[in-house]
Each structure stands twice: as C-alpha cells, then as structure tokens.
Write a new protein. Structure first.
Length: 285
C-alpha cells in the first residue's frame, strides 16, 4: 500500500476503503491477507492486511468495519488521528469536531460515530475504527439472569432446520433470556445476545426471534450422535471425515464446513484443515 495520507469520510469509509465494497474486490486490489474470526462466534471473517489494516465484510453488505492499527497518516478534517490521546482529542475539539469518551471500549467516539479512537493503554491512540452507517449505533449492554435460569448444559443436540433441543429457532428474545443466566447484548445491527458462561450466542431477526444459534463451548454438540465440537487435538478435518463416513454431504468454505440444506455450519478461527473447531452454528436452511 502507498504511504498513508488517508482521511475519514463520515459514513463512507477511511482513505481508499469504502463501505459496501465486496470482499472479493478488496482482495483483488489489496493482495494477500490473513483471514481470521475475531471471536469464536463471529459470523464474518476479518481480513488482516499488511501495515495494520483489518477489513471485515458480510456477504450481503460488503465492507462494514475498517480498523487501522498504528494510524500514522490517518486524519479527520486535517487533524492527525495518531499520537497522545489527549492531544488528538484537544485538536479535534479545537477544530469543532465533537468527541465523546467511550468508557466501555477504552476510547473516544468522533463526530457521533464517524470514527472511533481506541486507546487500550490510555495514553495513545492505537487504532482508528469506522463502522458502516447501518452498524454505527451498535452498542454493548449487560443483562441479568432470567426468572427461570437453567443450569448451563454440557451437551447440545442439533435439530436440523429447527435449532437446538435446548433452544429452538424462532423463539422470542424475552423467552430465550427467561431461562438463561445473563450475559451481554449487542443492540443495533444485528441484535445479538451472548450468554458468556454457557458459550452460547443467539442472533435475532427484526421481529426479535432467534434466527441463528451458535455454540462455542460445550462438552458436545451432537448431530446423529456425532460430536461437531470435539476437544483438542481433534481438528475440523477429523469432523469432516466423521460426517462423510456417516453419509452426510459436506461443503467446504473458508474457515468453515457446511452441511448443505441443514443450516449447520462448523467454524474454525482461521482457515486450514489442522485447525480445531471453534464453534458450531445453526440457522434456518
């Protein structure tokens, strides 16, 4: 990539990166990258490019998250967004740009969400981040256990097309929470609950009904008696071999196996057959 002289374009992107650009187009333009799953329950892979550039895309909306690590050469309205946080914030405010403290994420929100300045160690701006407008208002909140909290399960059974025995797809969000032990919610786009102690994540549709259930931690996630989330040292290649031997059709995607027509996805943190499974996800086929 050329030496940076990149500007934050509110609602559009940063520098040469524009929200909505398809992942394939970015890869063709930028060359080799190292894809990874940000957390075990992340649906979308993040592409890690040289010089601290990380880009996250979704199949239906293209690029929606831009992260620039060590953001030398990144500016907003002429103000450099690198260096000591207090000096960057003061310069932005002097230029008339609203800046608010974001205590939850150890950083600052610029111009109502045009960009975010991450200061994980308090002193310096280490990352400049921007979300596509559809996702810019997303926030994380904690919620307590429901009125009928159940003991965390050590094993789940998949009902293809219907979810899990313990959590059917289509269940209302309030009903899901009523029997769980509290967690953190992503509010905005998408709406999502993460039941951290249970290793369970639920994504909801616009009507507030469960449309994706992902298990990241359990003794077993079973399909016809096969464990799709085995403990190490078993790998995703082992799971694929077991599924094929049992007569299941399997399709391979980047850092994932799919069982066509079932809505079942088996994920790894990075591409490669020697990787352990990090999550099993079920959606309506």
């Amino acid at each position: 990539m050329d030496e940076r002289n990149w500007w934050v374009a509110p609602g559009l992107g940063i520098g040469p990166f524009r929200f909505g650009t398809p992942r394939g187009e970015l890869r063709a333009a930028l060359g080799a990258c190292k894809p990874f799953r940000r957390t075990p329950d992340s649906v979308d892979l993040t592409d890690d490019y040289p010089d601290g550039v990380q880009l996250t895309c979704a199949p239906d909306e293209g690029l929606y998250l831009i992260e620039i690590h060590e953001p030398v050469g990144v500016h907003h309205l002429g103000v450099p967004l690198h260096g000591k946080a207090r000096e960057v914030v003061a310069a932005l405010r002097q230029a008339g740009v609203p800046v608010e403290k974001d205590d939850e994420d150890e950083g600052w929100v610029v111009a109502g969400g045009a960009a975010m300045l991450a200061t994980p160690n308090g002193g310096r701006v280490e990352i400049v981040t921007a979300y596509a407008p559809r996702r810019a208002g997303t926030r994380v909140v904690e919620f307590d256990a429901g009125p009928r909290p159940a003991k965390a399960l050590r094993s789940y059974t998949i009902l293809p097309g219907s979810g899990l025995t313990a959590l059917p797809l289509g269940t209302d969000r309030d009903e899901v929470r009523s029997t769980r032990n509290g967690g953190v919610a992503l509010v905005g786009y998408p709406d999502e609950d993460s039941f951290v102690e249970e290793g369970l994540t639920v994504v909801y549709d616009a009507a507030g009904r469960a449309e994706r259930v992902t298990v990241t931690r359990a003794g077993a996630v079973l399909l016809d008696g096969l464990n799709l989330l085995p403990s190490r040292p078993r790998t995703i290649a082992d799971v694929r071999a077991a599924l094929t031997a049992a007569g299941h059709e399997v399709a391979e995607e980047e850092a994932a196996l799919l069982i066509p027509g079932t809505g079942i996805e088996i994920w790894t943190a990075r591409p490669g057959p020697s990787r352990p499974v990090c999550a099993v996800s079920v959606t309506r086929p």
